[in-house]
Design a protein around this ligand. Structure first.
Ligand code: SER
Length: 319
């Protein structure tokens, strides 16, 4: 992949994806060229190794000020309210997810920022979409407000591309599994929490049923997909809403079993809550063949390699 000169602003750099994508972008494009934008959660010492800026994506003037000050040419907008928290506060989920994106797109359009990355999610799917190998073009009828904001956001991205020529690119991520920063308030969070509890207590109580299968992706593949999408020639990007991408699919009990190959004493119990209904409305696996054929996407991690690495990393963090 070709490297290019760039000045990137990451909005939401201290969240689950930002805390690992930001350092990866810095290693690739130069530390001084990637500005870590944050709002509620302050940056860690490792994020402070490069430029940081406090900005509230809810305030368009804030986004514009930062874009002008740092002469930004790419924005990665990661700030979001996830599915489970969104159901507790749908109004807030709409405001944060949609107004935040509108502010970023408008700030980009008005200030000539050509490149935008915005993550969508498997949560765009719901009623009427096949749950196995969900196609790129399946109906988008989500049951969560989070999914509704992702569908609306995809349409908005597609509109800004068609109407204003903004090079907005997007991926429909499955559940992201990572060790640096825990996700906050999603339905796939169990697949991160389980590692911490397996190491700390050798037991975990899962809020989804054992047979609940969801598509997932390990963070290094999430970073790889994002960088590869953003570095692809514009002519290769044929989907301007958002591309399905996935890494693996497993059930909660399959993950527990895989952890037991490393920690034989590990016990997983199940106490189902409202997040079960959310998981039951989502794909069990996603068809990402459009991303594979358009710009050469393929994942590198499976359940076994991800579990091995996660246990090693979480173990190090908890020392
Ligand atoms: N990880 C997200 C959630 O669970 C799905 O995109 O809300």
């Amino acid at each position: 992949m070709a490297r290019r000169r760039t000045k990137i602003l990451v909005v939401g750099s201290t969240g689950q994806v930002g805390s690992e994508l930001t350092p990866a972008l810095r290693r690739r494009y130069g530390f001084e060229n990637v500005i870590a934008g944050w709002h509620t959660r302050p940056p860690t010492p490792s994020l402070r190794e490069g430029p940081t800026v406090r900005l509230d994506a809810m305030r368009r003037s804030d986004v514009e000020r930062v874009v002008r000050k740092f002469e930004v040419d790419s924005i990665y907008h990661l700030g979001v309210v996830l599915s489970a928290v969104g159901e507790k506060s749908p109004e807030r989920a709409w405001t944060v997810n949609i107004d935040g994106l509108r502010n970023v797109l408008e700030a980009a359009r008005k200030n000539g920022v050509p490149n935008i990355f915005w993550p969508s999610s498997m949560a765009v799917f719901g009623k009427g979409a096949p749950r196995d190998n969900t196609p790129q073009d399946a109906p988008l009828l989500p049951s969560t407000i989070y999914g509704v904001t992702k569908v609306a956001g995809e349409l908005l991205c597609n509109y800004y591309f068609g109407r204003f020529g903004l090079d907005v690119r997007s991926l429909r991520f499955p559940g992201i599994i990572s060790s640096e920063t825990p996700p906050g308030g999603g339905t796939t969070d169990y697949a991160v929490e389980i590692f911490y509890e397996a190491i700390r207590k050798e037991r975990y109580t899962c809020f989804l049923k054992p047979e609940t299968t969801l598509p997932m992706m390990y963070m290094p593949d999430c970073v790889k997909a994002t960088v590869q999408l953003m570095e692809s020639a514009a002519s290769k990007i044929k989907v301007r809403t958002s591309y399905n991408v996935t890494g693996m699919s497993f059930s909660a009990s399959e993950l527990a079993k895989e952890i037991r190959t490393h920690i034989p004493e590990f016990k997983c119990n199940y106490r189902v809550d409202f997040r079960q209904a959310i998981a039951d409305s989502w794909p069990r696996s996603m068809d990402d063949s459009a991303a594979r054929s358009d710009w050469g996407w393929y994942p590198e991690h499976n359940l076994s390699s991800m579990t091995k690495e996660m246990l090693a990393r979480v173990n190090d963090r908890l020392k």
